[in-house]
Design a protein. Structure first.
Length: 111
């Protein structure tokens, strides 16, 4: 009975905190990343910024390569902001709560 209660609690905590990866609807054993985007245009700008930052990394910000990039600092800033969105903070909280439950269960079992 106790294990059922713990399982139910873990399942609820997981539903509350596991938000970044979801099962892919078309590819078995694959996950997809859930990422906030305001619109398709916003997503295209993000992809453009990722490409610009990659070009800057390869060519150096100062040189800019054959085609100088406009507003390199803004592109870098946008990429870093979106990278923060990808950090699985909710998942880390789930792991902490799971570990606390397991530790509690372990200490109850040892007594």
């Amino acid at each position: 009975m106790k294990k059922k209660k713990i399982y139910k609690h873990l399942k609820q905590v997981g539903e509350d905190h596991l938000r970044k990866l979801k099962p892919h609807p078309h590819f078995k054993n694959n996950q997809q990343v859930c990422f906030p985007a305001q619109s398709h245009l916003h997503l295209m700008f993000l992809i453009e910024d990722l490409i610009k930052v990659s070009v800057m990394a390869l060519n150096g910000i100062e040189r800019g390569g054959d085609r100088p990039l406009k507003e390199p600092e803004r592109s870098i800033s946008e990429v870093l902001k979106h990278t923060l969105d990808l950090l699985p903070l909710e998942e880390a909280e789930f792991i902490d709560k799971t570990m606390a439950l397991l530790s509690e269960e372990s200490s109850n079992t040892e007594q």
